[in-house]
Every structure is written in structure tokens, then in C-alpha cells.
Write a protein that binds this ligand. Structure first.
Ligand SMILES: [Zn+2]
Length: 211
């Protein structure tokens, strides 16, 4: 699948799963110095490959008639300082709730380790600005996800599929935490408990075969 076809596929899935309403979200995928990105102002479930612009890592338009997403500077800032090859940004409901009420998402489930543990909320700045790009880059350091204050969430991956699954996981973790708060006080995993999970994952048990 070409980069632009991937954007159509995952844009459609993002809308189907309710992670994105209409035009509120954007995806990109990088190959070499080129980045295919969803266009500005287009519904993500109605994209065609030729609608998706291609920019280079310096932000120059290389292909396409439509303007790249207004959040392209944020995508390029993350590409510039990480090994990410794909980025997904949405205004998903539970991610946005956490991003408007808290400064970080504490690890209440060990799967948070897949995103780097605590998910930080990047300081608020106007959408599409270099300031927001810098804030997201800082919050994302060493992690696969960040939330953006009063805005939404962003995840990275080695592939678009990976970045997309990270967005689904981020939304699930935020939902568990937010719903948990309405029931009681969610217990936060300690560093010791999280380290034990890493230890366990690195040394999975093997089951001897019955002869
Ligand atoms: Zn946004």
C-alpha cells in the first residue's frame, strides 16, 4: 500500500472507531525525506490518495493540490527529533477529557508501558503554531504518546498501523482512568510494579512440551 493509500485506510478506520469526528484529526506517514499527510479541512473517512499532499521534512509541498493539515508543523517537529515514521493526532473524547483536566495520565494499567509509562500533557498553545509543535515535542520525549492541553492526543510509531494502535491504546487508557474516577480513586502503579512488568515481559515463561 502506498503512503497516501495508508492515510485513506487509517483515516477511514479512525472515523469508524469514533476516534475522529469529521475533519478533527490528522495523520502522516514518512518515508525518507518525504511525509504524506492528510489534507486540511477534509473528512478523514472520505479521502482519496490524490487528495493527500506530500511535503518534505523541511515543510515544502512536493505533491498534491490541497493544503496539508494545519497541524503539519507539529508532525514535522516530531519527525525531526525522533525515529517516528508515522504520527496520528485525534480529538478523541477520553483523551481530550484528560487533556483538559489533568497535567498527566498516570499509569493505572501496565499497558501504559507500551506508550512509555506516564503520558504527559503538553502545555496549551494555539493549534498549528510552532509553539504547540515545540510543546508536543517536549512532552513526547522518550515516549510514544502525548496529550495536548485542551486539544487532544498524539501518538507515534514505526508504521502507521503502530501509531494508530497507540492512539487506540491511549484512548482506552484515558477511558479507564476517567471512568475509574467516577467509581473511586484509581490506584496508580508504582515504579517497582512497573519494573516488575518489564522484567516479566523480558523473561517470558516457557512451557515444557509433554513427551
Ligand atoms: Zn487537533
Amino acid at each position: 500500500m502506498s503512503l497516501r493509500e495508508q492515510l485513506c485506510e487509517y483515516g477511514r478506520r479512525a472515523v469508524e472507531l469514533g476516534l475522529v469526528i469529521g475533519t478533527s484529526g490528522n495523520l502522516s506517514v514518512r518515508e525518507g525525506d518525504l511525509v504524506a499527510v492528510t489534507p486540511s479541512g477534509a473528512a478523514l473517512d472520505r479521502l482519496t490518495p490524490e487528495m493527500c499532499p506530500v511535503v518534505d521534512v523541511e515543510g515544502y509541498l512536493v505533491e498534491g493540490d490541497l493544503q496539508p493539515s494545519s497541524e503539519t508543523p507539529m508532525h514535522l517537529a516530531v519527525y525531526a527529533t525522533t525515529h517516528a515514521r508515522a504520527i496520528v493526532h485525534t480529538h478523541s473524547v477520553f483523551g481530550t477529557i484528560v487533556a483538559t483536566t489533568m497535567t498527566e495520565l498516570p499509569p493505572v494499567h501496565y499497558n501504559a508501558l507500551l506508550l512509555g509509562g506516564v503520558v504527559k500533557v503538553a502545555e496549551y498553545a494555539t493549534y498549528g503554531t510552532p509553539e504547540l509543535a515545540a510543546n508536543v515535542r517536549a512532552a513526547m520525549e522518550g515516549k510514544k504518546a502525548a496529550l495536548m492541553a485542551n486539544h487532544g492526543g498524539v501518538t507515534v510509531g514505526a508504521t502507521l498501523e503502530e501509531a494508530f494502535e497507540a492512539t487506540r491504546l491511549l484512548e482506552w487508557l484515558c477511558e479507564v482512568y476517567v471512568r475509574g474516577l467516577s467509581v473511586g480513586k484509581p490506584a496508580v502503579l508504582t515504579d517497582e510494579q512497573l519494573n516488575a512488568v518489564i522484567e516479566r515481559a523480558l523473561n517470558p515463561p516457557t512451557f515444557p512440551r509433554r513427551l
